[in-house]
Design a protein around this ligand. Structure first.
Ligand code: HXC
Ligand code: NAP
Length: 269
């Protein structure tokens, strides 16, 4: 895929899956802009993106919970690189916790980062999107449509993210802007996977729930994002694309129950 001459913005692009996405666009020759809370992670990522082949790379630190900071950061990207061809919104937070055990603020924290953060990013970027032609990709999660015990907050937030995708694919589609979600399955070595499967046994249970029999890799998710942002996908909008080895077809499986049992036994202990 050749993205030379294109501007690609990846919010939450400084580690894990999202950084893999940013690196894939960099290797395809795009100009990259990334953001997350940590200036140190931003600086490290910008250097890596240049080394990976980006035509140029910049970054700023902001928290997606602050709409003014998001809008200001995105304006800085626009001042530097012009209209956005691709916007990937992937900042998220997660921790396993039973609803009865979690404070209201804990639930709200995940809603604020994952769901409110998504609309802050999309609305902040809206004035700067290329029309027609921009591709927006929201990074969702299987929790959007699979209920997992210990994940009520993330399930609620990511279901909301995918409904924003579907709704804005219509509202913004009339301006030639495509909006899709990508749902990574369990992606090896990432913070999200470590938090949900902190032990080798849990990791193995998780892998067994995947019909293709293996963990996903960041490159699997990046490939889907490259495709969705390319001309080959120019008629694809409003879709929620699972990149999950058919995990969805098995439902939340034994893993969802195992996590609930683990959290309940920790409560007793
Ligand atoms: C219960 C918890 C908790 C836990 C935090 N809280 N961790 N409650 N169990 N393990 C509560 C706190 O007590 C507090 O409530 C509230 O949540 C906010 O916590 P803070 O630490 O003040 O929040 P903050 O510093 O803003 O950090 C946000 C965070 C943190 C989400 C809690 O973990 C974070 O920054 N995460 C970003 C990285 C990340 O999560 N990556 C994985 C993404 S994976 P009180 O009431 O005490 O004030 C993903 C889906 C993966 O999204 C899907 C895999 C299949
Ligand atoms: P990760 O490495 O923790 O990535 C999260 C990114 O978001 C980091 O760059 C982080 O950087 C940033 N971020 C977090 N909170 C933020 C905030 N409030 N404001 C701005 N930036 C923030 O996690 P990951 O596991 O790769 O997950 C990446 C995405 O994939 C998430 O959307 C997640 O829901 C989704 N996902 C992951 C998996 C998986 O298997 N890992 C499966 C399904 C879906 P800072 O810490 O510097 O802010």
């Amino acid at each position: 895929m050749d993205f030379s001459g294109q501007t690609v913005i990846v919010i939450g692009g400084t580690s894990g899956i999202n950084r893999g996405i940013a690196e894939a666009f960099a290797a395809s020759g795009a100009k990259l802009a990334v953001a997350s809370r940590s200036q140190e992670k931003v600086d490290d990522t910008v250097a890596a993106l240049k080394a990976a082949g980006a035509a140029d790379a910049i970054g700023v630190a902001f928290d997606v919970r602050d709409p003014d900071a998001v809008a200001e950061g995105l304006k800085q990207f626009h001042d530097a690189f012009g209209d956005f061809d691709v916007l990937v919104s992937g900042a998220a937070g997660n921790f396993p916790a039973l609803a009865a055990e979690m404070s209201i603020n804990a639930f709200k924290t995940v809603i604020d980062i994952d769901l409110m953060g998504t609309i802050h990013v999309m609305k902040g970027a809206y004035p700067f999107l290329k029309r027609p032609g921009a591709s927006i990709i929201n990074i969702s999660a299987p929790q959007s449509y699979l209920p997992y015990e210990g994940q009520a907050h993330v399930c609620a937030a990511k279901a909301g993210v995918d409904q924003i995708t579907r709704t804005l694919s219509m509202e913004w589609g009339v301006e030639g802007i495509r909006v899709n979600s990508v749902v990574p399955g369990f992606i090896e070595g990432t913070e999200g996977a470590k938090r949900l499967a902190p032990t080798p046994d849990a990791g193995e249970a998780l892998r067994r729930d995947v019909p293709l029999g293996r963990w996903g890799q960041p490159q699997d998710v990046a490939n889907a994002c490259l495709f969705l942002s390319s001309d080959m996908a120019s008629y694809i909008s409003g879709t929620v694309l699972a990149v999950d080895g058919a995990l969805y077809q098995r439902g939340s499986g034994k893993f969802g129950q195992m996590m609930g049992d683990m959290l309940r036994s920790m409560k007793k202990g």
